[in-house]
Design a protein around this ligand. Structure first.
Ligand code: G3H
Length: 536
């Protein structure tokens, strides 16, 4: 392992293509199709990357700390653009909306390099994963366009039943407040924002607390690609700028990826809870269950990536591992060896796995979790586990964890890997049953009979079971959701289009008068909704 004492670079030795020419001093925000200049306070942004012995992360820029008044202006713009469903955007044909989104993607791709660089500096994501996040988002948008074309093609025909003819389509819901998480600030924000937008809703977009500046290069693209008021941006302290939006009762959909604590606060702020639709991606404590006959090498490989990709800062990360007593020793030995091999460094370093953590005081929090576990009988089994220097924390494998420890229940969201030895398969099953979370689980083993039984038990507890592989969201065409406190609503390329819209239909008795009216509307293209136009 690289010596953590010297993990941070000197400012003058940064490689080409990494340096930010100058800090990003964002003054602008987008409301009602205009890029405005903020005159109030600004939030300074410091990277999780430090220079040399500095006591604060590198200064990388600032963004507006907007106030409630300005935030409500963004809301008014979105409400006006929607205009009770009569605005230009919600009534625009699907084909034209697709055209706007395509224009946006082209402009977005022009900013690829800068956005990737900002992902590294703002949240410490390594180069490979930052590139993946950007490219995956572009693919997601393009797939969304294709999926909407198919949905629209299916809806362009009439349905006949019981002497009634109908045309069934999907209609928008209204004003959507989109808020993504810091760990996938671009990708997860856009997996709600783009489907919400393309279905005809208008948007208020508030970036996460960490990972704000990387959205700045897209401000102009939002302005140029979409009609006035369709996308509006809000920056600042959540309590100041988001509270008033929710309290107004004018938010129709809350698309939020973050903690259930914050989601609960936001939902309660809305005066008409039954009129608020929520699309939420929340915490998880996904278990890996290693059966007695698991292939140790393959399982260790999956557990290391599953628990420690992006330093374990994934909602889908394996956050607790149950291993059968019969193979606990060889499994833990190999796990510890493989974790020790992980390269620590700066996000742009070749082959780096462990990078600086963006959240304040996170290393101290993990040290606390580890101390608590040690107090209750666990050991850090890898030699360098838990060593840290400022924001850089070397992963710790904790063994043998029990229910007295905080790590047993708390979602660590970082590089601590708790392992529990079990004798009876009922132990991990009961853990899942009693957990507040229900996103995914991984089963590692070979015996089809035992695996089948476990699948049938777990499938009613979590939303995805992974066989001999880590938990993950992708492929993005697969449904992504969770039970209990882990999620509300289902996302995937096609599901998201449904979640941000409602089925609406025109129905008429099959008589001559109605047939004549419908024929005339269709022939002369009189309606955007009632049409048999087919997107080619
Ligand atoms: O943070 C949660 C993400 O949705 C995880 O996505 O499994 O593709 O890393 P991923």
């Amino acid at each position: 392992m690289r010596d953590l004492k010297n993990v941070f670079p000197e400012k003058n030795i940064l490689p080409d293509g990494v340096v930010l020419d100058k800090p990003i001093e964002q003054r602008e925000y987008l409301i009602n199709g205009e890029i405005l200049q903020w005159q109030g306070d600004f939030q300074q942004v410091f990277s999780p990357v430090y220079f040399g012995n500095d006591t604060q992360g590198a200064y990388i820029g600032s963004y507006p700390l907007m106030d409630a008044r300005e935030s409500l202006k963004a809301l008014e713009a979105a409400v006006q653009a929607y205009d009770h469903g009569r605005g230009e955007w919600p009534t625009m044909s699907v084909e034209k909306r697709i055209h706007c989104v395509k224009k946006f993607v082209v402009m977005m791709q022009e900013q690829r390099e800068l956005i990737i660089r900002l992902l590294m500096w703002e949240i410490g994501k390594n180069l490979k994963d930052s590139e993946k996040e950007f490219d995956r988002t572009v693919v997601y948008i393009n797939d969304t366009i294709e999926s909407l074309k198919n949905l629209d093609r299916d809806s362009s025909r009439f349905t006949f039943a019981q002497n009634i003819m109908g045309q069934i389509r999907r209609a928008p819901l209204g004003v959507v407040l989109c808020m993504g998480p810091f760990n996938y600030p671009l990708n997860e924000t856009f997996t709600t924002l783009i489907p919400a937008l393309i279905m005809g809703n208008t948007i208020i977009f508030k970036p996460p607390k960490l990972g704000v500046l990387l959205h700045y290069p897209l401000l102009k693209a939002f302005r140029q690609a979409f009609p006035r008021g369709v996308v509006n941006t809000v920056y600042g302290d959540g309590q100041v700028v988001v509270g008033p939006l929710m309290e107004s009762g004018k938010i129709d959909v809350l698309a939020f990826i973050g903690s259930s604590r914050v989601a609960d606060i936001l939902k309660k702020q809305h005066p008409k809870p039954h009129r608020l639709k929520c699309v939420l991606g929340l915490e998880a404590k996904n278990p890996g269950i290693v059966l007695h006959d698991a292939d140790i090498e393959e399982t260790v490989k999956e557990c290391v990536t599953g628990a420690l990709s992006f330093n374990g800062q994934r909602c889908t990360a394996l956050k607790i591992i149950f291993v059968h007593r019969k193979i606990a020793k060889p499994f833990c030995d190999r796990l510890s060896e493989e974790v020790e091999k992980l390269a620590v460094g700066m996000p742009w370093d070749e082959g780096v796995h462990i990078t600086p953590l963006p959240e304040a005081n996170k290393s101290e929090y993990f040290a606390e979790l580890i101390n608590d576990a040690i107090t209750h009988g666990a050991k850090v089994i890898n030699p360098n586990g838990g060593i840290y220097n400022k924001s850089c924390f070397f992963p710790a494998v904790l063994y043998d964890v029990n229910d007295k420890m905080r790590i047993y229940r708390e979602e660590q969201f970082g590089p601590v890997v708790p392992v529990i030895c079990y004798d009876d398969i009922e132990e991990p099953i009961n853990y899942v049953i009693n957990s507040n979370y229900g996103q995914q689980a991984s089963i590692f083993g070979k015996d089809a009979d035992q695996i089948a039984k476990l699948i049938d038990t777990l499938v009613n507890q979590v939303s995805r079971i992974n066989l001999n592989s880590q938990c993950q969201r992708g492929p993005d065409t697969f449904p992504f959701t969770g039970r209990k406190d882990s999620a509300e609503g289902t996302l995937s390329v096609s599901d998201a289009l449904r979640v941000f819209s409602i089925r609406a239909l025109v129905a008429a008795k099959e008589n001559d008068l109605n047939k004549t009216i419908i024929r005339e509307i269709i022939k002369d293209d009189k309606s955007a909704f009632l049409t048999t136009d087919f997107i080619l």
